[in-house]
Design a protein around this ligand. Structure first.
Ligand SMILES: Cc1ncc(COP(=O)(O)O)c(C=O)c1O
Length: 414
């Protein structure tokens, strides 16, 4: 059976709104996806009935403790971690990364080195840059291969040496949709004894993560990019869980993932996160009645989402071929990418294009998206960046057609 987005779309209230008597078209998924009703219900239900804290001898606290346990198990399944204890929650990816970078760099010394990339969102650059500065370590930044907006792997290899403590790298670009050959990076980094910290924020809604298969040291993602609420999720490999020394308040737990979690958790977001992962698995459950595990359902669903997203990419790229005045930054191919596209139109600023599309309820982002290294190398930083059109599996071919119709009108009247 081929994935039909119209069934999933019914689950998302936001997709059926009319603003100023017109339908809405969400191409802003890489900045934050829409959420299904089940996520809203889960958050509402938790806050409406069980709002509490951990460890109390009464029903709502028991419920809250059980919710946190379940959220860790679901996070474990989502990334295929060896144990629920490997999963840490926080406010968002950036906050988690700043926190973890301080912890991971605690024993770095003068002369140590860290590698970041020009493809990354700066949450995975500035955090390491500042950690390196604090410790007198040197930070190197891997250049882009401009032909396809991927990492320049030769440059990466040339920077790696026995002093490299850590490589921080994205799994997929939030601007161009390029998928990184992360296994190659992990293998090379581990060969010199360096740890690898992966930003999977843009990857997570499009492909199923498997940290054991990757054999990475750390991986972070954000639930609001995959149909959930605002919540950061980090995986810490078993060998680092107890050896790292997190900054924490003395009475807080000394064992397990709670060592890394400061203050009270966002329990309503944990409820929403569980529902978001269930939503992602739901499509597989509709296919037949096979008694599969949550991970197996996720795997089957993601195979369908990926195949469908490839058709969206193909459709988008075939439209683009008609325009000699549009530049696409990134892969022209639909296979090794997410359906996220960075474009510029000759003689028009990204701001003007985005504003025109916005007037027609076509939600697209414009700018640099904190991918400062990429925009700097492509000389776009001071020129307004790019227009980013991002599809999720709830987007349709018809929506892409509408986007290009509105773009055509805009270009004709200019
Ligand atoms: C690739 C990527 N990494 C990191 C982040 C930061 O995530 P958060 O908003 O959860 O801090 C974003 C946000 O847009 C992103 O797209």
């Amino acid at each position: 059976m081929t994935f039909d987005p119209s069934i999933n779309r019914l689950l998302f209230p936001a997709l059926h709104q009319h603003i100023n008597d017109r339908p809405v078209y969400f191409f802003d998924g890489p900045g934050g996806s829409q959420v299904p009703q089940s996520v809203l219900d889960a958050m509402n239900h938790y806050l409406g009935h069980f709002n509490s804290n951990l460890g109390g001898a009464f029903f709502s606290s028991t419920k809250t403790t059980a919710l946190l346990t379940k959220a860790r198990q679901v996070a474990q399944t989502f990334v295929n971690a060896p144990s629920a204890n490997n999963m840490v929650f926080g406010a968002n990816m950036t906050t988690l990364t700043f926190q973890l970078s301080r912890v991971i760099s605690r024993d770095w010394q003068l002369g140590d080195e860290v590698i970041v990339t020009a493809l990354d969102h700066y949450s995975n650059v500035s955090s390491w840059q500042q950690a390196a500065e604090d410790k007198g370590a040197t930070m190197h930044q891997v250049r882009l291969d401009e032909t396809n907006c991927d990492i320049d792997y030769d440059h990466f290899t040339s920077l790696l040496n026995s002093r490299t403590k850590l490589v921080a790298v994205t799994y997929a670009s939030n601007v161009t949709g390029s998928l990184v050959d992360i296994k190659r990076i992990i293998t090379a980094a581990h060969a010199v004894g360096a740890q690898v910290y992966i930003d999977a924020v843009h990857y997570a809604p499009h492909r199923l993560i498997d940290v054991q298969q990757l054999d990475c040291d750390f991986l972070v993602c954000s639930a609001y990019k995959f149909f959930g609420p605002h919540l950061g999720i980090a995986y810490i490999a078993p060998q680092w869980l107890q050896t790292l020394r997190p900054y924490k308040v003395e009475p807080a737990p000394n064992d397990g993932p709670a060592r890394f979690e400061t203050g009270t958790q966002n329990f309503e977001s944990l409820a929403g996160f569980i529902a978001a992962v269930e939503y992602l698995a739901h499509y597989s459950r509709t296919l037949d009645t096979q008694p599969l595990s949550l991970r197996q359902h996720l795997s089957r669903s993601f195979n369908h989402y990926q195949a469908y997203e490839n058709t969206l990419s193909q459709h988008f790229l075939s439209h683009l071929q008609r325009y000699s005045n549009i530049t696409l930054f990134g892969l022209k191919d639909h296979q090794q990418r997410t359906p996220t596209f960075a474009i510029r139109i000759d003689n028009v600023t990204p701001t003007d294009v985005a504003a025109h599309l916005g007037d027609h309820n076509l939600c697209v982002w414009h700018g640099h998206f904190y991918a400062q290294g990429l925009c700097k190398q492509l000389d776009l930083l001071n020129k307004g960046g790019v227009i980013r059109i991002g599809c999720m599996h709830y987007n349709t071919h018809h929506e892409i057609d509408t986007l290009f119709e509105v773009l055509d009108c805009f270009l004709t009247v200019r």
